[in-house]
Design a protein around this ligand. Sequence first.
Ligand code: CP
Length: 337
Amino acid sequence: MTDTDAFSSSIQLTADGRLKHFLTLDGLDRELLTDILDTADSFIEVGERTIKKVPLLRGRTVVNLFFESSTRTRSTFELAAKRLSADVLNLDINTSATSKGETLSDTLLNLEAMASDMFVVRHSQSGAAHFIAETVTPGVAIINAGDGRHAHPTQAMLDMLTIRQHKGGFAGLRVAIVGDILHSRVARSQIRALHTLGAEEVRVIAPATLLPRDVESLGCKVEYDMARGLKDLDVVIMLRLQRERMEGALLPSEREFYKLYGLSQDKLALAKPDCIVMHPGPINRGVEIESAVADGPQSVILNQVTNGIAVRMAVMSMAMSGQVAERSLAATREVQS
Ligand code: CP
């Protein structure tokens, strides 16, 4: 285990290895990730009922704190919390006191004073969720909904659930992630999850300007050419060009990028015939993916969105139960001392 893994597991796991925060996939083993997927599987049925509710978080308060824009993640976290019967507060950052200069720490202190039980946080700064988990009152769970370029662990887990549903498991799978790897927190979390869950090969396909300098350290096969990269592929994950994170011109033009790396029907034909097409969204049609592919029979993009609710229900219920277990352990220790 690396120092990063040890630090991450010490902060997000209880002494007996249960999840209490969900910040990153670093330091989480295959057994725990499989437990998340199995728990999520059990929640899929809840979403198919007429009354889509279970009482696992009844009486709990979940605060959605999104300092960056979001459609899928924010909505599915809200639906997941509501399906677990929690009370949900969506803080609108644009109309909150943050816009009057209040610091993140002060915002959190005030929300904690309202007896919040869980913060779901998206922030442009890498490490924001870790910082909050280290400073928050014991008993409050922090779920990372995406921090800077660092991690988007629930996105990776909903992607893993989608892959497992369509491919039955991870052994022997060849998976490629295509496009803007450099700026992608999603890619980092997906690579980690795929390795932990035992995928045979993880490839990244991108121009050199959109790959991190230390790409080899991610343990991926690097391909600069789509035709070579798509060969014998079971799963292809397309990524959006994250213009908002780019400094300077990393690409000649979107047209050129689409010509070389955009997933068209012609290019997809180079992968296995049953290769599934994934994308975390938002998709940019005609930039990284052709409409006929995004809407085509091999696309599972909307399945990913649906699975986001079950995965987020799993992570929230597991983290809350880890917090409860840790508090009761602490209370027992206090009585004994
Ligand atoms: N995949 C994802 O994080 O999408 P949103 O930015 O819409 O939440």
